[in-house]
Design a protein around this ligand. Structure first.
Ligand code: ZN
Length: 139
């Protein structure tokens, strides 16, 4: 892997912080960006300590948005399938709506970060740093 300077995705400054998890969506967004205007925004995406509360809020609101979008999409799909008396084409249409709602949610996509627990585990596998959790996983 190439060595890149860490760059906070919230404030845009070169600072150390929590690494952003590079998932499929991040890869796709990066690919799109590299083919459009923002090609120069290079660096390893992180969230710095100062920006973490802000980031955390954004991430939570994105997660909520994704869930509600998907629920709306699924309800719509069910409605269409029922209303058309389960015609085969209505399943395809319903599926397309769910995909569309998912794509809509990606507009406000906020990537997840590698948790400190995971990062620390890589450095020192012995220490038991379970204090830092993502919240929704219960202990
Ligand atoms: Zn920052």
């Amino acid at each position: 892997m190439e060595k890149l300077k860490p760059r906070c995705i919230i404030c845009g400054e070169e600072k150390e912080g929590l690494n952003i998890k590079i998932d499929n969506i991040v890869t796709t967004i990066r690919w799109i960006n590299s083919h459009t205007i923002r090609a120069k925004s290079r660096g390893r995406p992180v969230v710095c300590r100062e920006c973490f509360p802000k980031y955390y809020k954004a991430r939570k609101s994105y997660e909520k948005k994704l869930v509600s979008y998907l629920i709306i999409g699924i309800l719509f799909a069910i409605f269409i399938i029922v209303a058309s008396r389960a015609r085969p084409s209505s399943f395809l249409f319903g599926f397309a709506i769910i995909v569309f709602m998912f794509l809509l949610s990606i507009i406000s996509y906020v990537p997840s970060v590698e948790t400190k627990a995971a990062g620390a585990a890589r450095q020192a596998k012995t220490s038991q740093t379970n204090g830092y959790k993502r919240g929704r996983h219960k202990t």
